[in-house]
Design a protein. Structure first.
Length: 96
C-alpha cells in the first residue's frame, strides 16, 4: 500500500485562508482570533467551530468565479440577472 498525502480538514484555518480572496482575509482573521480567544472558556468552544464552519462556506462562495459580479448585482438590486426560485428549484412552489 502506498502512502497517501493527508487531506486537510475542510475547516482548517489555513485551508480557509488559502481559498479566500485577499479582500476577505483580514475579516476572517479578525473573527477567527476573537473566536479562538473565546474558546479558552470551554463552554464557548462552539463559537470557534461555528466561525470556522461559516468561513469555510464563505471561502467556497467567495472564491467562485463571478461571485463579485453577482454580489454587486444583488447590492444594486439588479434582479433581472437572477432567476426566481420557483424556476430554478424543482418543486419549489409545492413547498409550504
Amino acid at each position: 500500500m502506498t502512502r497517501q498525502p493527508m487531506r486537510r480538514a475542510p475547516q482548517d484555518p489555513g485551508e480557509i485562508l488559502r481559498l479566500l480572496p485577499a479582500t476577505w482575509r483580514e475579516q476572517f482573521l479578525s473573527e477567527y482570533h476573537s473566536a479562538l480567544d473565546a474558546a479558552h472558556d470551554v463552554w464557548r468552544f462552539g463559537e470557534l467551530r461555528d466561525v470556522l464552519h461559516l468561513w469555510r462556506l464563505r471561502s467556497v462562495a467567495y472564491s467562485e468565479p463571478g461571485f463579485e459580479a453577482a454580489l454587486r448585482a444583488a447590492r444594486d438590486d439588479r434582479t433581472d440577472e437572477f432567476v426566481p426560485a420557483a424556476q430554478a428549484i424543482p418543486g419549489w412552489s409545492d413547498r409550504r
